[in-house]
Design a protein around this ligand. Structure first.
Ligand code: DI6
Ligand code: FE
Length: 402
């Protein structure tokens, strides 16, 4: 198979003991879609004859970015709701009055496939232009078997039509649809019934739920997780976003890949996640946009050795942003992550939150997804905002600009 030598790169490999896994005079050798060498160019095999050579011009190179939590497929927008919040209504008030997620459900059901696909494709391309090479997409705005399946099919199609890996997550337990008003337990029974069918069609890589006073209880969440477990599907959870429901400990007891949001996470929750190896996915975009003030317990997560990831949580209600690099900046300014933690949070730890071990660092054997940036030092990735320094995006060993 043809080998490509990518020369003259300054590598933040995120592998090995050095800060950033830094290699000043770096080179990468790829074969097909795999990295076969990542290291100092002086350590390249003598007399190497690669079929192709690319001079990266001294660019900073990092692993491809992984956005491990998005709700990318939906109809309409919530700009008017934003306006109402600025006139005094809270996110919870709007949700209780039947707005919020439900208004997006109505707009999603009313939109045809082509419209949903085109809108989601443009959102994905915006993320990709800033170096995203792997993207998780949740359902959760269809809330019926037909519409959940439709949204997950659109997510899958993005992964086949764009140079991008898409991982799908079934989040049917996101909100109570109007036809189940006052019958949350019946809705959970329906979700449990849909899951095997969605899975049989190959539409589900993981199962998620929203465990919150305005959404589903821990007991209801457990029923969804039991259904996932009986299908052999991994789980994740929107946990402790607006209150402490003990959701993280519940998810950890199911060996969850990740718990996400976590502003209200307790010490018990931290311990349970550490013991289960569950990734903490922090979502500064939602924290910022909802003007939350309770900070996720970053120091406790660090002390317990819980891997921390960052994601966009792109959705029309609580995080209508399409810049993962801005999340690095916010992860540092709002949550006090270090720039290196922030970069690990959108690469190696984000990959782990999706159950992926084949990406997230630059090392032999890893998938050849990487990004060349017009930057000198990797701390700049978290430092600038409102600027796109992505110069080249390489997916599975081939340049694939968005
Ligand atoms: N938590 C969130 O922040 C998003 N979903 C969730 O479970 C918000 C979704 C929305 O408001 O449309
Ligand atoms: Fe979310």
């Amino acid at each position: 198979m043809m080998q490509t030598l990518w020369r003259n790169a300054r590598l933040a490999t995120l592998a090995g003991a050095e800060p950033w896994g830094w290699i000043e005079r770096g080179a990468l050798l790829t074969e097909g879609d795999t990295i076969v060498f990542a290291g100092n160019d002086a350590a390249l095999p003598a007399g190497l004859q690669a079929g192709r050579e690319v001079d990266l011009g001294g660019a900073l190179v990092t692993p491809g970015l992984v956005d491990c939590h998005t709700h990318l497929v939906y109809g309409g927008d919530r700009a008017r709701e934003f306006e109402r919040r600025l006139q005094g209504a809270s996110y919870e008030d709007i949700a209780r009055a039947g707005g919020g997620i439900r208004s997006t459900v109505a707009a999603t059901r009313a939109a045809d496939d082509a419209t949903l696909f085109a809108a989601a494709r443009e959102r994905a391309r915006t993320l990709m232009r800033e170096g995203v090479t792997t993207l998780e997409i949740k359902s959760g705005y269809g809330l019926s078997l037909e519409h959940e399946a439709r949204c997950l099919r659109i997510a899958r199609r993005l992964g086949t039509e764009l140079p991008l890996t898409v991982k799908t997550t079934a989040l049917s337990a996101h909100a109570l649809p109007p036809e189940f008003d006052g019958r949350a337990d019946d809705y959970i029974a329906a979700v449990v019934d849909w899951l095997p069918r969605l899975h049989a069609e190959g539409l589900v890589d993981a199962v998620d739920a929203f465990c919150e006073t305005i959404a589903f209880s821990p007991a209801q969440t457990r029923r969804v997780f039991e259904a996932a477990r009986s299908l052999g599907l991994p789980v994740k959870l929107h946990a402790e976003q607006l209150s402490d429901q003990g959701g993280a400990a519940l998810a950890a007891s199911f060996g969850a890949l990740s718990c996400d949001h976590l502003e209200w996470l307790s010490d018990d929750g931290v311990r349970a996640m550490a013991a289960a190896g569950t990734v903490a996915v922090l979502l500064p975009g939602a924290f910022y946009f909802l003007r939350e003030t309770k900070l996720p317990p970053v120091a406790a997560l660090r002390a317990a050795g819980v891997p921390i990831a960052l994601a966009s949580d792109h959705n029309p209600g609580s995080s209508p942003g399409l810049s993962l690099l801005l999340m690095l900046n916010m992860g540092c300014t709002l949550f006090r992550l270090t720039p290196e933690e922030a970069l690990r949070g959108v690469t190696v730890h984000a990959a782990r939150a999706l159950g992926l071990r084949d990406r997230g660092t630059l090392a032999a054997g890893q998938r050849a997804d990487f990004v060349a940036w017009d930057l000198q030092h990797p701390a700049e990735l978290a430092y600038w905002f409102g600027r796109n320094p992505c110069r080249r995006r390489i997916v599975a060993g081939a340049q694939a600009d968005a």
